[in-house]
Design a protein around this ligand. Structure first.
Ligand code: FE2
Length: 166
């Protein structure tokens, strides 16, 4: 090391001394941070939210290199069914209301602001057990290409076979 080197003047004026700010998140902490900043920017997502009594509503909010962000709404009683996310990792962030996640470890209440990070193949079911609508933000990296459904309360995390998979 050249520990005897001194830099004169404004250190921040030397570009290579500061790492560039990435335009897109590249790791778990980046996606968690992106979700938190979006959660705090209510004007960016609240006007887009719709509710559909017949099915969960979802909207692809943003895409980037190797990831996508989805906005979902959940009316009371609506749920995802038990599923995994194929090869995608994810960050689930509750923006409004409360959701319940059911997974191998049991049920977990997720209030507004709660975040869950999950690895590829993680099996869970998310439901709105509450009495008011909920909104959530989901980051998937890589982008979600499959969402295999699993049998309810399946002990093993094996995908539920469908007619097309037999
Ligand atoms: Fe999920």
């Amino acid at each position: 090391m050249n520990s005897d080197v001194e830099i004169a003047g404004d250190l921040t004026a030397i570009p290579h001394l500061l790492p560039p700010v990435p335009a897109h998140p590249t790791g778990i902490s980046g996606f968690v941070g992106l979700a938190r900043s979006l959660a705090a920017d209510r004007d960016a997502w609240a006007p887009l939210v719709r509710y559909d009594a017949t099915t969960r509503w979802y909207h692809r909010l943003r895409t980037g290199p190797g990831y996508e962000l989805w906005l979902l709404s959940w009316l009371p009683g609506q749920g995802s069914g038990r599923h995994d996310h194929g090869p995608s990792s994810g960050v689930l962030t509750v923006l409004e209301g409360e959701l319940t996640e059911h997974a191998r470890g049991g049920a977990r209440a997720l209030a507004a602001g709660a975040q869950r990070v999950f690895a590829p193949g993680y099996v869970h079911e998310v439901v709105n057990d509450g009495l008011r609508p909920a909104v959530s933000l989901h980051a998937y990296f890589p982008g979600l290409t499959e969402m295999p459904m699993h049998a309810p309360h399946c002990v093993e995390s094996r995908p539920l076979l469908t007619d097309s998979s037999v």
